[in-house]
Design a protein around this ligand. Structure first.
Ligand code: XIL
Length: 395
């Protein structure tokens, strides 16, 4: 039955994408799935392929390729910055919805779903908020009201237009933080205590009963020791389990997937096992911010292929690990890359001497990673890869 449905979906998908194919179908060439876009290849598995969108690049008339590729290759988009608190409410009480609404209009026009990013995070908060708390002009009680108000206002504004919300982002510390025992970190935990997480999900649900509500974090691609004192994935798993036990309306866990080729990282089986474990709690999963960066040595900068090729290959292999694992779990709903071209990437700005993290190079040439993603989408099917199971928002 399920297999039948898969074949039916596949047939429909191929029929549809055939029509959308920009290459002349009449050329008499046999159908080649590699000519299809990522978004169309994902469709066969009901898997949404996404990218973060930089609004400045999207609107740059001198850089039309960016816009074309966002529209043609992806079936879901995430605002890279314009839905963050500092962008939406730079001055207390004055919201600037325009750039985010523009992205939503673009998504609608291109038949794309939207991941809302982000409601609660310790970064990119407006100055009035952090200064107010620091100088004592905003009390703890007021801060809680401000947070509730922000979540309610933002979620209501975008109501009906967001598929998945990142409700809480990066709430958990890393083993290199101090103290090294994993804990709830950052501005919100510090000022409100960890209960803000449950509150945030409840407030978001009240404001939009239909959006899927996600917890989102990095370094949770695979389980480690299993001890929540040093295994971040285990910590997040335990957190999600506790939230569910308290009937908190959390629907999914987003794994950001910011990897670097200089690290050991994971293999597909480890990542698939982690996704399965989260699914065992009744949660959906998603890869939400995938990029795989490399160190830019002098030789790399000088174009030395001895150093460039292994980086391109390792980066591609890591994209593939995450994508295959996602394909393997029917509750993994979307696979979003954090920008698709090295031309517009947060990596060099953020990590200094690192880059080459994306699936297209700076001239919009697809890299090995792009082709490997395609191959993963093409050469996957029953019995181990089946279409997604839609997640219902938890009441
Ligand atoms: C990054 C953006 O890409 C940058 O443009 C911005 O300067 C900083 O934030 N985890 C997240 C994202 O959840 O919001 C971050 O995005 C990358 C790390």
């Amino acid at each position: 039955m399920r297999i039948k449905r898969w074949i039916a979906t596949g047939a429909v998908a191929i029929a549809t994408v055939g029509a959308l194919n920009t290459l002349p179908a009449s050329a008499g060439r046999p159908y080649n799935p590699a000519d299809q876009s990522l978004r169309n290849l994902g469709l066969r598995h009901d898997l949404y392929i996404g990218t973060a969108v930089d609004m400045a690049a999207l609107n740059d008339a001198a850089d039309p390729r960016y816009r074309e590729l966002v529209a043609s290759q992806f079936s879901t988009v995430t605002a890279e910055n314009v839905m963050k608190w500092e962008s939406l409410e730079p001055t207390r009480g004055t919201y600037d919805w325009a750039p985010a609404d523009e992205l939503l209009a673009f998504a609608k026009q291109n038949n794309q779903r939207v991941r809302g990013h982000v409601l609660v995070w310790q970064n990119q908060l407006p100055g009035w908020l952090t200064t107010g708390v620091e100088d004592g002009s905003i009390s703890t009680e007021q801060l809680r009201d401000i947070l509730r108000n922000h979540i309610t206002t933002v979620v209501k504004h975008f109501k009906g237009r967001i598929w998945q919300w990142d409700v809480v982002n990066e709430a958990v510390s890393d083993p290199w933080d101090s103290p090294s025992t994993l804990h709830y970190k950052g501005f919100w935990a510090q000022h409100l205590g960890p209960d803000y997480i449950a509150d945030a999900f409840r407030w978001a649900r009240a404001a939009d009963p239909k959006a899927l509500l996600f917890y989102n974090d990095y370094n949770i691609e695979a389980f480690g020791s299993g001890d929540p004192a040093d295994d971040k994935t285990q910590f997040v798993y335990d957190m999600a389990k506790n939230l569910l036990a308290q009937r908190v309306p959390i629907d999914g866990v987003g794994s950001q997937g910011h990897l670097g080729t200089q690290y050991g990282n994971y293999d597909t089986l480890q990542v698939a096992a982690a996704l399965k474990k989260f699914a065992g709690l009744g949660l959906a999963t998603a890869f939400t911010e995938v990029d795989v960066r490399s160190q830019l040595t002098e030789a790399v900068r000088n174009g030395d292929s001895n150093e460039i090729n292994p980086r391109l290959q390792a980066s591609a292999a890591n994209y593939s690990v995450l994508l295959q694992a996602c394909l393997a779990d029917r509750h993994c709903l979307s696979f979003t890359v954090w920008g698709f071209t090295d031309k517009h990437s947060w990596v060099p700005d953020w990590f200094g001497n690192e880059g080459m993290a994306n699936i297209y190079d700076e001239n919009y040439q697809p890299k090995r990673a792009y082709h490997l993603m395609k191959a993963d989408l093409i050469y996957a099917g029953p019995p181990y890869v089946l279409p997604r199971i839609a997640q219902k928002p938890r009441r």
